[in-house]
Design a protein around this ligand. Structure first.
Ligand code: NDP
Ligand code: BG6
Length: 485
């Protein structure tokens, strides 16, 4: 295996909310993996901060538990964990009071990168940003990492941007959309902009339509209250699916640098047309035997929030005029499967006659599980019987294709990669403030539309592909969704 790990410089990373669910499930096990991969320098330090009465030792114990529970089974070596937790510290801090701030300031070193991860609810962002400033803890070189949801709508996102802008410049702010940290999502850019093969065909002249599916088998878990206020549109489409759409639809940036990439993504979001209400299908999962319905899960028997959404939208520019983008995401569906399918048009002239049937090329980019790409190519069906055509996949599962090059299990997960990018000072995979606002500006009227009409989500069965009407959305256009496999 070839090691491609590039160590980062020494840092002090403060995790506000360092005892919370996200820190325990993702951030700390992720840092542990980077430590094991040799990417976290020996003089880097992670400082958990929250109100709980802990000290360094009890915090380390908590993190040991988090790694045991949420870390990879192969990363459980006691010696590795002991060396990692020795780099962890804890300071008791109240975001809304004076407790702990001076101690935190004293613990941080002057000559290393300082990063502050706001792994707390957005209601605390203002307090944290103001105190980091007033206690002289953050300076012009410090970096700030903020979690989703970044706002609930355009006014709240603007307000958050303003709060952060009072004390930090845009080039210090790293807004996380963890989909941008996924390996295949970044590969989208490599596939598009490092190969000459696809780009000439990547437009409305050759592409019939694009499908983006993020299907989950999980329900709302313990996040019922949050989810009932958000729904699939705010929770998934406004951020993750729109980011995927941007990477598919954007023009080639002039350079692979943060602002060049984000400028192009922003243009896509701004070119999105308002969505016709007839092109939106919302759904809610029903009870399944003993398993609760969505309404039971969120504890609201009259909830009109969607756990599924499918919609058709258009990017109104020269490249994409007339090519629909179909987006679909939902919980408790048949399989966990995230895929982007670029469905090309039929060949312009059919020389093989009616019996050959209709065929088209499909480039499918699989995000998870089994990351990879497939290109469906039409060939002659082998054997006698005339010129019958079939579509066969040119299959490239990354794990297989790269087996000799890299151990795919060592590829950092989204959070690991994003945290290391913060330490490298690379904002390419983070959302800029104007991007987030533009995304809400497109999303808000869609939500306001169904709220004012009082639309009721369609029920769907757990383990299905979503409500029937979602299939109709495609059928009406003479198209069909790819199977959720
Ligand atoms: P939790 O409720 O599990 O954790 C909240 C953390 O904030 C705790 O460590 C808590 O510790 C701390 N905290 C709360 N109030 C204060 C305060 N006044 N001062 C200092 N610390 C405080 O939340 P999550 O970890 O689930 O979520 C954190 C953020 O990440 C949220 O914005 C969430 O939307 C986002 N997110 C979470 C995901 C997840 O899977 N959990 C996924 C994506 C985003 P204490 O009470 O001891 O102070
Ligand atoms: C989160 C959403 O941002 O993404 C969750 O809040 C969703 O509802 C999750 O389950 C999906 O992420 P992944 O990486 O499992 O596809």
């Amino acid at each position: 295996m070839v090691s491609r790990v590039i160590p980062v410089e020494a840092f002090d990373l403060v995790i506000f909310g360092g005892t919370g669910d996200l820190a325990r499930r993702k951030i700390l096990p992720g840092l542990h993996r980077r430590f094991l991969a040799g990417q976290m320098p020996a003089n880097a330090r992670v400082i958990g901060a929250a109100r709980a009465e802990l000290d360094d030792e009890s915090y380390r114990e908590m993190v040991r538990g988090a790694i045991a529970e949420f870390g990879d089974p192969q990363d459980q070596d006691a010696d590795g964990i002991a060396r990692f937790v020795a780099q962890l510290h804890y300071v008791r801090v109240d975001a809304r009071g004076d407790t702990g701030w001076k101690q935190l300031g004293r613990r941080l070193r002057k000559d290393v990168i300082r990063a502050f991860y706001f792994s707390v609810g957005p209601g605390l962002f203002e307090d944290l940003a103001a105190r980091l400033h007033s206690f002289g803890i953050a300076d012009a070189a410090s970096r700030l990492v903020v979690e989703k949801p970044f706002g609930h709508d355009l006014p709240s996102a603007r307000a958050l941007n303003e709060v952060l802008a009072r004390h930090f410049r845009e080039n210090q702010i790293y807004r996380i959309d963890h989909y941008l940290g996924k390996e295949t999502v970044q590969n989208l850019m490599a596939v598009r902009f490092a190969n000459i093969l696809f780009e000439p065909l990547w437009n409305a002249q050759y592409v019939d339509h694009i499908q983006i599916t993020v299907a989950e088998t999980v329900g709302v878990g313990g996040r019922g209250a949050y989810y009932d206020r958000s729904g699939a549109m705010r929770d998934m489409v406004q951020n993750h699916l729109m980011q995927l759409l941007c990477l598919i639809a954007m023009e080639p940036p002039s350079r692979f640098d943060p602002d060049a990439v984000r400028d192009e993504k922003l243009k896509v979001i701004r070119a999105l047309e308002p969505v016709d209400p007839h092109h939106i299908v919302r759904g809610q999962y029903e009870a399944d035997g003993d398993a609760p319905s969505f309404r039971e899960d969120v504890g609201d028997p009259r909830s009109l929030t969607e756990s599924f959404i499918a919609l058709r939208c258009h990017v109104s520019n020269w490249r994409w005029a007339g090519t629909p983008f179909y987006l679909r995401t939902g919980k408790k569906l048949r399989r966990r499967c995230s895929e982007i399918a670029v469905v090309f048009k039929d060949a312009p002239h059919a020389i093989f006659g009616q019996e050959a049937g209709r065929h088209c090329n499909i480039l499918s980019i699989k995000l998870q599980p089994d990351e990879g790409m497939t290109l469906d190519v039409t060939i002659k069906e082998p054997g006698p019987g005339g010129m019958r055509l079939i579509d066969v996949p040119l299959d490239m599962t990354f794990a297989e294709a790269l087996a000799k090059e890299i151990d795919i299990d060592d590829v950092p997960d989204a959070y690991e990669r994003l945290i290391m990018d913060v330490m490298r000072g690379n904002q390419t995979l983070f959302m800029r403030g104007d991007e987030v606002e533009a995304a809400w500006a497109w999303t808000d009227p869609i939500i306001a539309g169904w709220e004012s009409r009082g639309d009721v989500p369609r029920p769907y069965e757990v383990g299905s592909s979503g409500p029937e009407d979602a299939a109709m959305l495609m059928h009406r256009d003479g198209r069909r969704w790819r199977e959720i496999r």
